[in-house]
Design a protein around this ligand. Structure first.
Ligand SMILES: [Ca+2]
Length: 277
């Protein structure tokens, strides 16, 4: 081997070593990059997870907002006190209910809802439980708003009751500071208190806490008969039927001789009004 060949081989060996060293460094770099990429992937996954969580939170907040909207809607209340001196028929709304009522601002001051208006000269038809529950008649004549609607109104917030009775020119009234009708599951039981008026208080003594009765649903305390059948009308009858019976809309004309709108004396017209207390 010549001296030149020896140097060449030595030089190649050095180059090869350097090349190997470079390779190793590059490999090390690649490993490092791979580690960085892996770390980056991990971070990406964490970000994804975080975005997913935020989305879930947004969705939950959106749901809460929607629910709050419903609650705000519930709070919007329109009753007869929302209208002026000559309100007539108006659509009222409260909770999630909305229906037409006849408002009255002339009989006993502003803001009353007429729950019943009747005169003894008219006859509508025989009323069973469902008829009294749903109401009957028309706002331009005799009508009864219906037990269910009166229940919804009076259970939504405290109400007072004003009963106005007319006989020719004589006007009498009975007023109760608190008036509520329970739901159908409690047979529309009557609850009232705080009487004032210029007639004897008939309802507190006899009819308070009594369940409603009709000819097809006997809730009175009379074991041998049905007051609603006997007196031709639904009412909160006590044990011996009592004498304050306003719902006698169903009389045959001949019966009017025997029965009329009765509150210890006989009346020609009766109105029952309710208003938030
Ligand atoms: Ca009975």
């Amino acid at each position: 081997m010549t001296g030149v060949d020896g140097r060449q081989i030595k030089s190649e060996a050095v180059k090869s070593k350097e090349f190997q060293k470079q390779l190793e460094e590059q490999k090390k770099n690649i490993d490092q990059k791979n580690q960085e990429i892996s770390k980056f992937h991990q971070q990406l996954e964490e970000h994804k997870k975080s975005i997913e969580e935020k989305n879930q939170q947004i969705s939950k907040l959106q749901n809460d907002v929607n629910k709050s909207d419903v609650k705000l809607e519930d709070l919007k209340e329109i009753n007869c006190t929302s209208f002026g001196d000559d309100p007539g028929v108006q659509k009222i709304s409260f909770s999630h209910y909305s229906f037409d009522v006849l408002c009255d601002s002339k009989t006993a001051g502003p803001g009353w809802t007429v729950s019943c208006s009747e005169s003894m000269v008219k006859k509508i038809s025989t009323g069973n439980w469902a008829t009294y529950r749903e109401g009957f008649g028309s706002f331009d004549g005799d009508f009864f708003l219906g037990l269910e609607k009166i229940h919804r109104l009076t259970s939504y917030k405290p109400h007072e009751l004003y009963i106005c009775m007319k006989f020719v020119k004589q006007m009498t009234y009975a007023r109760y500071e608190q008036f509520e009708i329970a739901g159908e599951s409690d047979e529309y039981q009557l609850s009232l208190s705080g009487f004032s008026g210029n007639v004897r208080d008939m309802l507190s003594a006899l009819n308070n806490n009594k369940k409603f009765s009709t000819y097809d649903r006997d809730n009175d305390g009379w074991n041998d008969g049905n007051c609603a059948l006997k007196y031709h009308g639904g009412w909160w009858y006590p044990k011996f039927c009592g004498i304050s019976i306003l719902h006698l809309l169903y009389h045959d004309a001949e019966d009017l001789m025997g029965y009329s709108i009765d509150w210890n004396s006989h009346f020609k017209n009766v109105k029952m009004l309710i208003r938030p207390a």
